[in-house]
Design a protein around this ligand. Structure first.
Ligand SMILES: [Zn+2]
Length: 359
């Protein structure tokens, strides 16, 4: 048995189909299945919280990456989660305990730390440092062609558990917005690259299960509005709390609570994620922190929670997984427990459920 988990960052579920992703569509319809309405991200609906959930099978309350940046109490500042990593065990450590091999080849170099990828037997880019001369995408992350080449060089495809991340759709959606022609082109390109990855997995197809997922969608930024500074809003209302602005959400620690934050003028809604930790968002396309003229797509709010959730492969268990995806809304936390059930390792901190247990 081999499980490959292919993540296409920001790939919108609504674009999956014969028109924009013909290769993926053929795999889903002829050799597997999917959740037509998609899966659900954890909140914040951002990259690193969801990748931490992909590798731990747990929600933000357990892995403690509530937004891409996390609070560091020593520095008294929000710092990138790459410097901290998930607070609980990942599938890389859990699989190793069971004698299984793992690989993690990641288009977003920062994600190496946020997923604790150095715990995998093979990871790339090395310690999150882009190799000199490596081709990048439009926002400076690793080009997916480099990801595939690195996976070939390192024989990452041969591991029992394979993680591959393609960043290119995310950069296109950030730059051009979800509906731009440039974004549609990037989605077509992503589909071709997915087919190239699947070609690498064909040699042991009968023992292979492949998941293709995305981590979140993006919403079109509304440039008519200025960005919201949640810290300034708290100050103006005389409320306590330390705010962090990120995409289409603001996170508050030492928070006065969602009920108080919801009453702030620019806030549409808020939710308490944990004791003293609140996530807040505004209306569609409203960003927090800084609004850049050249950025047209963002994520974070619950409006961006839909994930691509698909499975295919040659192993007979694929049919069970496809049937389950068709009848449920999988969470980002469900995949790691499913990997554990498929490959036979223990993941005691997981809060998600295995997709092998029918709902
Ligand atoms: Zn992302």
């Amino acid at each position: 048995m081999r499980v490959a988990f292919l993540i296409e960052d920001s790939l919108p579920n609504g674009r999956v189909g014969p028109e924009h992703t013909p290769h993926l569509w053929r795999l889903i319809t002829e050799e597997g299945g999917w959740a037509p309405d998609g899966g659900r991200s954890v909140l914040a609906s951002s990259t690193y919280p969801n990748h931490a959930s992909f590798v731990t099978g747990a929600d933000v309350q357990q892995h403690r990456i509530f937004t891409n940046d996390v609070w560091d109490s020593e520095q008294e500042a929000f710092i990138c989660s790459a410097f901290v990593g998930p607070a609980i065990e990942t599938v890389f450590d859990a699989a190793r305990r069971a004698g299984l091999s793992t690989s993690a080849i990641l288009g977003d170099q920062t994600m190496v730390g946020s997923m604790d990828a150095p715990s995998a037997d093979v990871h790339w880019p090395p310690m999150g440092e882009p190799p000199e001369g490596a081709a990048t995408d439009s926002l400076g992350y690793m080009a997916t062609s480099e990801v595939i080449a690195a996976a070939d060089r390192l024989d990452a495809w041969a591991a029992d558990l394979v993680f591959i991340h393609g960043n290119e759709p995310d950069s296109a959606l950030h730059l051009y917005g979800p509906d731009a022609p440039e974004t549609i082109d990037a989605i077509h390109q992503c589909d071709v690259q997915l087919a190239e990855m699947v070609d690498r997995l064909r040699p042991r197809w009968d023992e292979t299960v492949v998941f293709v997922v995305s981590d979140h969608e993006q919403e079109q930024i509304d440039h008519r509005f200025d960005a919201i500074d949640l810290g300034a809003e708290l100050d103006a209302a005389g409320l306590p709390g330390i705010a962090h602005n990120e995409g289409t959400v603001g996170l508050v620690i030492e928070s006065p609570g969602a009920a108080a934050i919801r009453r702030l003028d620019p806030i549409e809604d808020a939710v308490d994620l944990d004791e003293g930790i609140t996530l807040a968002w505004s209306g569609p396309g409203r960003v927090f922190g800084r609004r850049h003229k050249s950025i047209n797509g963002q994520h974070g709010s619950p409006r961006t929670r839909t994930q691509v959730a698909s499975v295919f492969g040659g192993h007979p268990v694929v049919k069970t997984l496809a049937d389950e995806l068709a009848s449920t809304t999988p969470s980002a936390t469900d995949y790691a427990p499913t990997m554990a059930a498929l490959l036979g390792f223990d993941l005691p901190h997981a809060t998600g459920r295995s997709l092998l247990q029918t709902s």
